[in-house]
Design a protein around this ligand. Structure first.
Ligand SMILES: *[C@@H]1O[C@H](CO)[C@@H](O)[C@H](O)[C@H]1NC(C)=O
Length: 434
């Protein structure tokens, strides 16, 4: 700044024609006034902060020496800058607060982040319409120490690390017979009965059915021998866990099921859990928007809700992944803590309820099986047997889950689909008559 001033002074000392000397002196005086007002609005020795005077220099350079209005404009600019600086300080405070919140949230997310790192590398999002979330989770590393004896059996019986598994005690012996006869009839080799008592083990052996009996010293077996359907259901999830730990995908099957084709030809294998549904049409099986009407709300009387009929926990394909094993643990844990709960309800709640305050939901991928291929007995007896076209389609399995007279209906299914007896299904009512 001193240099500039020197420059002006030097020019002042230079020679100019005599006649215009006075005029020049006046002009120079006025210019001086302007320039000083521009450069030193608070006086020559003002102690304004360095940043402020630098900013003013810049605006001065842009505007040039146009007129003497400059000081006013600069004052306006200065006050603008002052209020901006104040706002900036406030924002900085807010940002600091947000950063702190973010840090805390980040800590909470630590586990999820780790899980994410386990699952895969980070990616940039691709172009519109090309992005897909992770659906097929990686399988766990097989851990043979979970059950070496079972590992050996599975090595012999499973095909491509896949196996049908059913639990059975003597209460369901006659259904079990229809069950494995239908499986043999289709020619499915990779299936296994988990015998819950000696009699069923013998029964399977004598019928050349692959069987596995758990070690009696495993504590949870006491309910197995005497337990009814629901007690056995809780046990089922604990036993299943070992199959998954060993690295096998399991098609868990109740015994009130007739096999008509090989289900492994119809499994997608893209989800943690792929399950047959209790639904009976597209809406109920695959999900729909159920509109709830509350006229008192006037303009907002319609509330939209998401609905889906439950997955059938008696027939599902489960891949050996962390979310799958977590699901089994959650269900088994809740069934032991809440003995009155129904395993199918618990299974669905754990699968579908989202995370919310006080609750971390399961992050499992789900797929609903085709309800005509993996058919429940409501679909068969209410719809299919009355429809000429649908009657001609051959399901993969039929699950007699909706009817208590299971054995006669299973046998009728075999008669109808295997032996071609066209009227085999007709004598049954649509639903049970209590
Ligand atoms: C049900 O959904 C399937 C596809 O999932 C579709 O092909 C079929 O037309 C639908 N049926 C009805 C009655 O909407």
């Amino acid at each position: 700044m001193a240099g500039r001033r020197d420059g002006l002074l030097t020019r002042d000392k230079g020679q100019s024609p005599r006649g215009s000397r006075i005029a020049v002196a006046i002009v120079i005086g006025v210019l001086f006034g302007c320039v000083f007002a521009v450069f030193y609005p608070h006086g020559l020795f003002s102690s304004d902060s360095l940043i402020q005077s630098r900013r003013i220099d810049k605006s001065d350079v842009q505007i040039g020496s146009s007129s003497c209005e400059l000081p006013e404009r600069i004052n306006i600019l200065k006050s603008d800058i002052q209020s901006l600086l104040e706002k900036n300080a406030e924002l900085n405070k807010q940002v600091k607060g947000l950063t702190e919140n973010l840090r805390l949230a980040e800590q909470g997310k630590d586990n999820a982040q780790k899980q994410f790192l386990v699952l895969g590398e980070k990616h940039k999002a691709g172009p519109f319409g090309t992005v897909k979330g992770l659906r097929t989770n990686p399988t766990v590393i097989p851990d043979e120490s979970a059950n070496p004896r079972l590992a050996k059996i599975l090595e012999e019986v499973a095909i491509q690390k896949e196996i049908i598994v059913a639990l059975a005690n003597s209460n369901v012996k006659s259904m079990l017979e229809v069950w494995f006869t239908s499986i043999k009839n289709v020619g499915i080799p990779n299936y296994l009965v988990v015998a819950l008592d000696d009699h069923i083990e013998e029964f399977c052996k004598s019928n050349d059915v692959p069987v596995y009996k758990r070690d009696p010293d495993k504590g949870i077996d006491s309910i197995a021998q005497t337990g009814g359907n629901h007690a056995v259901s809780g046990l089922k999830f604990r036993i299943l866990r070992e199959f998954l730990q060993l690295g096998y995908s399991v098609l868990l099957s109740d015994v009130d099921i007739v096999y008509l084709q090989n289900p492994f030809d119809y499994i997608y294998r893209d989800s943690d859990v792929e399950s047959m549904t209790d639904g009976h049409n597209n809406m109920t099986a695959y999900g729909y928007n159920d509109v709830f009407d509350e006229p008192a709300m006037g303009w907002a009387r319609y509330a939209h809700t998401m609905r889906i009929w439950v997955y059938n926990s008696g027939f599902f394909y489960i891949r050996p992944t962390l979310p799958s094993i977590e699901l089994l643990d959650r269900v088994a844990g809740r069934l032991s803590r809440e003995p009155k709960s129904w395993d199918q309800a618990v299974f669905n709640e754990e699968l579908f309820y989202p995370s919310h305050p006080g609750y971390d939901g399961l992050h499992a991928a789900k797929r609903t099986m085709d309800y005509y291929l993996f058919m429940n007995s409501k679909v068969l007896f209410k719809t299919v047997r009355k429809d000429a076209k649908l009657k001609k389609l051959k399901p993969v399995i039929v699950h007699v889950n909706y009817h208590p007279d299971k054995l006669p209906r299973m046998k009728a299914v075999v008669e109808f689909y295997v032996n071609g007896k066209q009227d085999a299904l007709e004598r049954f009512p649509d639903g049970s008559q209590w």
